[in-house]
Structures are given as structure tokens and as C-alpha cells.
Design a protein around this ligand. Structure first.
Ligand code: PCA
Length: 204
């Protein structure tokens, strides 16, 4: 049986919940012929890559899909690329803040990597299913981009056949209810969107 590792994130900043973990937790354990294994990652620049690699070594998945919350977005956004940069106005959950520094300062480290997930196809299939979706060309410069860059660099270095990438989701309507100005999507639609994306990935 094929296996996909899907991660969400713990809450961070002012939020009590993180829409990504809420949706990942709601996913079925099996989609078609593929086992779905779910993990929650810490919102910590310096720990997140090590945690993810630990899960990957334990599970030996065929694909790794990390999911994070992007407040303000109105669609499910598969990320095309990660960049070698960390910059955020706020600290992570360990109190660490980077204000413009490379993730990997090895001189020959790539400035960026493309995801190896079929992001354009995911956008098309989700839209057809009536779920707002759009390929995004920036995963930001915070912990989500940090883990995506680390994942793609690791897979490239290992010449790994594992497919990897990242999907940002909007805030959930529970968060929207607390702050009506915040763009949000229902938990059910976010989870359905992720499930549909995983079906596309499993078939690819
Ligand atoms: N979103 C943040 C980090 C964790 C999350 O869910 C980001 O976009 O970097």
C-alpha cells in the first residue's frame, strides 16, 4: 500500500487553533489505496525540519505533503516553490525571530526549489470540484517556507523518489467567527480540498 505523510501545524501567534491541523486531523486514514499518516509539526524555525525528517525516516512514505495556515488567503493554495530565506516580524513558538537570513548558508545552496507535487493539476481538480484553489508562487518567509525548503533540499540531496511539497489553507470559519474581517473557509471544505489534493497526488 502506498503511504502519504501529511503534516499540519500547531497553533501560533494569537491563534488558539491552526486551520491546517484541524483539517489534516479530519482526513480519512485511507484514501483509495493509499494510507494517510498525519502528524502535527511545531511552529519553530529551528526544530521543524528535524521533526519532519524524523517522521519521514520512521514512515518511509511515497509522498510528503506539509500543510499550513495562511491567514488572509481565500483559497487552497498549493505552493510552487520554497526560497532560501527566513524573515518575519514575529517570533515563532520558541521565541525565535529571523529578520532576513538564509536558511542554508552553504555557499552553493540553491536559492529555491520547486515542489515535486502536481500543483497545477491540484488547482484544476479542486476548482472542478467547486473548491476555491490557486497555485501560489510564495510560501512566505516564515516557518512554512522553512520546512518546505528543508524538505525539498533533503529530497533533492538524496535523489529521492519521494514526492514533496506544501499546501497553504485559509483560516477556518471558526476563526472567522471570532474575527469576521478574516477571510475564511469551512473546516469541511478545507478538509475536502486536502482530500481531493491527496487523491491527485496518490494517482500521479
Ligand atoms: N503557518 C505559518 C507557520 C505555521 C502555519 O500554519 C506560515 O505560513 O509560515
Amino acid at each position: 500500500m502506498k503511504r502519504i505523510l501529511v503534516t499540519g501545524f500547531e497553533a501560533f501567534g494569537e491563534d488558539r487553533i491552526n486551520a491546517s491541523w484541524e483539517a489534516v486531523e479530519a482526513l480519512p486514514d485511507v484514501i483509495g489505496e493509499t494510507e494517510i499518516v498525519k502528524w502535527c509539526l511545531p511552529v519553530e524555525y529551528d526544530r521543524v525540519e528535524g521533526c519532519l525528517k524524523g517522521f519521514m525516516e520512521e514512515l518511509e512514505p511515497n509522498a510528503v505533503v506539509c500543510v499550513g495556515q495562511a491567514a488572509g488567503r481565500t483559497a487552497i493554495t498549493p505552493e510552487k516553490a520554497a526560497i532560501n530565506w527566513m524573515a518575519s516580524g514575529t517570533a515563532d513558538n520558541a521565541g525565535v525571530k529571523y529578520e532576513g537570513v538564509r536558511i542554508c548558508d552553504d555557499e552553493v545552496a540553491a536559492d529555491g526549489y520547486f515542489a515535486s507535487l502536481p500543483v497545477e493539476k491540484i488547482e484544476a481538480v479542486l476548482k472542478k470540484a467547486g473548491i476555491p484553489a490557486q497555485v501560489s508562487y510564495t510560501a512566505g518567509t516564515y516557518v512554512c517556507n522553512r520546512v518546505m525548503y528543508g524538505l525539498l533540499r533533503y529530497l533533492r540531496q538524496q535523489a529521492s523518489p519521494i514526492k514533496g511539497g506544501f499546501i497553504h489553507v485559509p483560516c477556518s470559519s471558526d476563526q472567522g467567527a471570532e474575527n469576521p474581517r478574516l477571510p475564511s473557509m469551512s473546516k469541511e471544505m478545507i478538509a475536502k480540498g486536502l482530500e481531493t489534493a491527496l487523491e491527485v497526488i496518490a494517482k500521479a
